[in-house]
Design a protein. Structure first.
Length: 374
RNA sequence: GGGUGCUUAGCUCAAUGGCAGAGCAAUCGGCCGUUAACCGAUAGGUUGGAGGUUCGAGCCCUCUAGCACCCG
């Protein structure tokens, strides 16, 4: 598809980190980028204007959740996700593959697809590679994912191999089923923590010539060094000119280590979930806003942050809102955490263009100080 | 003045005469393609007070204080 491509503008000389422009039917955005997650066609607690103002490029929605409620036919009638949720920038939909992992207690996998027990009404819902694509076509995102199985960790080599091969067959089936020309379908590399499986999956997907590639099956409980190795084992076999998307990671170390290894796109629920739970990411480390030490702290969350929350509100106020269970606190803290990660990305993009990404990474780590982001 | 009921953790309340608990609040922590505005840990007690019965009393008896309601 011609409306979708990655224009690589600069590669950091020391590390190979990439700076570029991702062109999509709903606008261009710079990479590396962090994409906030709006599972139910909303980034929880935030109006789209605030998300835009925070500097977000692409945002996510979820095929499984939107299918269960309100149903893709409603979204389609509304004019697609962009109209329905009033986000006119690029949107990416996950396929439901993560729910194969996260809802594993209520689902059954076969070669044909996955049967889920719908939590809302008890109905049995069948997802296949083809039906997931059909739902994603109805939702109308710019970037859509193949239906896969996010493999749990740890897992036996035998299961990882069987599942990874099945995900590859599903990727082909999805690709054959996908008809819309204005959507970029990404293939997803699985393989768990096994180097040869990651290599095999990446090479097979590369042969299928997708407009972009995702690295999945990470950040599901494995140690950080294992996660980073999964990225390394996959990314070296992915076509250099295509965008690479590391799925589901949002802590500082994963973002920076991912960028250093050539990842362009990241998404994660972490900043928004942490914010609703009163945990904030700041330049100088993570804090829990409920802490008694913030009772009379009338300074901003992060002196270096330019977000709406940090420009206008104090820790003492945020603590008050959190303890009083006021929704406005979740809004303020969500926008801060999203802006924090996007600012890290902005710094990374600048550093790559100046061939000093590694130095930048070390500066960010040094300031962050404690190991909470690791 | 008489009667009835109540009094247990900061708050609201549990607990056959047999190891005094819960929820909330407090303090701290976790969260990674959202079943998650959630989950966990810690701390918190002379059971209003004084006596008595009993092997053993938050619980039974006597007195007493405070509160609530009813009757005069």
């Amino acid at each position: 598809m011609k409306d979708f491509y990655l224009e690589i503008k600069h590669i950091d000389k020391e590390t190979g980190a990439r700076y570029g422009i991702l062109h999509t039917p709903h606008g261009d955005c710079e990479v590396p980028m962090f994409m906030p997650v709006g599972t139910n066609a909303t980034i929880k607690c935030l109006p789209p204007e605030m998300v835009k103002e925070a500097g977000a490029g692409v945002i996510l929605a979820n095929t499984y959740h939107c299918h269960e409620r309100p149903g893709e036919e409603i979204v389609k009638k509304a004019g697609g996700l962009h109209e329905f949720m009033n986000w006119h920038g690029p949107i990416l939909t996950d396929s439901g593959g993560f729910q194969v992992f996260s809802l594993s207690a209520n689902r059954k996998i076969s070669e044909e697809g996955v049967t889920f027990k719908n939590e809302l009404n008890g109905n049995m819902e069948f997802f296949s590679p083809e039906s997931a694509i059909a739902i994603e076509e109805a939702l109308g995102a710019d970037i859509i994912m193949s239906f896969d199985e996010c493999i749990p960790y740890p897992v036996s080599y035998e299961y990882a191999k069987k599942s990874t091969e099945r995900t590859l067959r599903w990727a082909k089936r999805g690709q054959d089923a996908h008809k819309r020309e204005d959507q970029a379908l990404f293939g997803i590399v699985q393989g768990s923590s096994y180097t040869d499986l990651r290599e095999y999956a990446a090479k097979e997907l590369a042969k299928m010539d997708f407009p972009g590639y995702s690295i999945g099956g990470t950040s599901i409980g494995e140690p950080p060094d294992v996660c980073i190795k999964m990225v390394e084992d996959a990314i070296r076999y992915l076509p250099a000119e295509k965008p690479r998307y590391l799925m589901g990671v949002g802590s500082l170390n994963y973002l920076l280590e991912g960028i250093e290894r050539g990842v362009d796109m990241f998404d994660c629920v972490l900043p928004t979930r942490l914010a609703r739970h009163g945990a904030l990411m700041t330049t100088h480390g993570r804090i829990n806003i409920q802490g008694a030490k913030y009772k009379e702290d009338f300074t901003p969350l992060d002196e270096e942050c330019d977000c709406y929350c940090c420009k206008h509100y104090t820790k003492a106020y945020l603590r008050h809102l959190y303890l009083a269970h006021e929704d406005f606190g979740k809004t303020l803290m969500s926008i801060h955490n999203i802006r924090f990660l996007i600012r890290v990305m902005e710094g990374a993009r600048k550093a790559i263009q100046e061939d000093r990404f590694k130095e930048y990474k070390e500066e960010v780590y040094a300031k962050f100080g404690n190991k909470k982001g690791f």
